[in-house]
Design a protein around this ligand. Structure first.
Ligand SMILES: [Zn+2]
Length: 223
């Protein structure tokens, strides 16, 4: 079951982490990490869209809408809470269908430091639950960075939000395969829409915001 940790809890953990990081480096180094040379470019890819709804929840919510909401909340928090610590682009801002090729092309065009595709899971087994994060099974230059990022995202969602962790997995997904040779790339499967508890959880705006904040925190803190 979810622990129902609030957005405030995640935030306070994040700032404690930042303060701890401050002990390890000078204020100037800490400042520059977030403000100057190392401003990371992140392309967030909300899966599906338009005629492709993705999975449908036991409560009728659609994957394409859930992941777009999470992506937009990530953009909002990045602006409002973190003073644009990351330079974020979305592969889609509306309910439209774009090809898999276009999603990764954007990441290459923007010279992105991270490509992250957002999805919700679905299973024939109504009891299947938890978060899993995928990395391309084709070994590339950025495989280790992708694995570390995937691990941090699933760990943060487990710790902050109480999601069961299904671990980091490897698959031959097109969106990961095409980008991962040049860009650290991960695909997040938030909980299962086929599980009534997780579908209900993801149908609530407050929980969408908490998911967004948890993933954003992992991106900001990643090397
Ligand atoms: Zn999907």
């Amino acid at each position: 079951m979810f622990k129902n940790k609030s957005v405030m809890t995640i935030l306070s953990r994040f700032f404690i982490g930042l303060i701890a990081a401050g002990f390890l480096m000078s204020p100037r180094a800490l400042f520059s990490q977030f403000k100057e040379s190392s401003k990371k470019v992140v392309v967030i890819d909300p899966g599906h869209g338009g005629t492709d709804s993705g999975a449908t929840g036991t409560n009728g919510i659609m994957e394409k809408n859930v992941v777009l909401k999470v992506a937009k909340e990530m953009v909002r928090y990045n602006q409002n809470l973190f003073d644009n610590a990351l330079e974020i682009y979305l592969s889609r801002y509306t309910d439209t269908l774009i090809s898999l090729g276009e999603r990764t092309k954007l990441a290459k065009r923007m010279n992105a430091d991270i490509f992250i595709s957002l999805h919700c899971n679905h299973s024939e087994n109504p009891n299947a639950k938890g978060i899993e994060v995928y990395v391309s099974d084709r070994k590339g230059e950025h495989t280790n960075e992708s694995i570390l990022l995937a691990y941090n995202i699933q760990k943060a969602n487990q710790k902050n939000l109480g999601f069961k962790s299904r671990g980091v997995k490897f698959a031959n997904f097109q969106v990961l395969r095409e980008g991962s040779r040049q860009i650290p790339s991960v695909l997040v499967e938030f909980g299962f829409l086929s599980n009534s508890v997780e579908a209900m959880h993801m149908g609530k705006e407050g929980n969408i915001r908490a998911l967004a904040l948890s993933v954003l925190q992992s991106l900001i803190l990643s090397k």
